[in-house]
Design a protein around this ligand. Sequence first.
Ligand SMILES: Cc1cc2nc3c(=O)[nH]c(=O)nc-3n(C[C@H](O)[C@H](O)[C@H](O)COP(=O)(O)O)c2cc1C
Length: 334
Amino acid sequence: MSAKNEIQPASVEVLGKGLKLPVIAAPMFLVSGPELVLACCHEGIIGTFPALNERSSDGFESWLEQIKSGLASAGRGTRNFGVNLIVHKSNPRLHADLDLCVKHEVPLVITSLGAVPDVVDAIHSYGGVVFHDVINLRHAQKAAGAGVDGLIAVGAGAGGHAGTMSPFALVNEIRQFFNGQVILSGCLSTGRDVATARMMGADYAYLGTRFINTRESRAVDDYQQMISRAAAADIVYTDKVSGVYANFLKASLQQTGMLDAPADPEKHKNIDFGEELQPPEDETNSAWRDIWSAGQGVGSIVDSPTVAALVEQLSDEYRAACEEHHKASGHFGQ
Ligand SMILES: Cc1cc2nc3c(=O)[nH]c(=O)nc-3n(C[C@H](O)[C@H](O)[C@H](O)COP(=O)(O)O)c2cc1C
């Protein structure tokens, strides 16, 4: 483990100050934009978005400016928001987007795929915090060695590029060698789930799919309605769409003809995240735009509220679960 993880930078403490709930609304390709980020931060949880949701680095910078001025004039909530960077050689914008994160002092940078000490040092140079998402222990150890401040444990059933590990196994094994922040991801949809994540030893709960179904999300109505109707059994874990395993709504695979399409071995040879994670320009079926990703937590989602109403509900559920636990804890171990 890197010695850097022994001492937590003060900025890690600052990140959590004044939050209403220990919740990060996870970055989602084509779903999270400035409206969602601002609504989350105004309500006292951390909003995030992938840099690649804007077509160019210039567009990305204008989103950063929009978010920063929206937060400065809000007078409530948190100013701590996050940006997701894909750290992979096939992302041609990485360096330009990283420079913009440094220029605008983005409080939280979430790195995916590669955990690189140079990227971590650049974010630390202005007091920013780096969390890195992992689906297995090998990647977690590598990221810890690169000096990240937090590890996002993406468990089985998560939306997007999920893994197959039980969240209990993943969090427990990460805790054995990592003293930094642990963030739990995968199928968390309710305030009780957030409380459970904390009970498991996570510092934050990382909710993706739950925020697809909000008024401020960029997901189209049909996508949100499909989530409202779906249960865990309606989620398919497949590498057919892009060559990398991810969870998708079965009905969207069906309606695009992808469910029964033969596997394409070429997709596995040349995985190009620069290509896959580009907002689509034409009308042909496109991964993420027409083939909709969601996690197994869909079964608890039946509505598309405003972020304000959702955070209120998560907060009530969280507090009720904590109180229930507190009362019940006296019943055992006497
Ligand atoms: C539609 C969709 C798009 C996603 N896009 C990204 C992305 O661009 N970058 C990223 O790091 N994670 C992405 N994720 C993963 C989420 O950040 C998060 O790990 C996941 O949604 C958590 O699981 P849950 O959806 O079950 O809550 C995406 C997830 C979904 C559902």
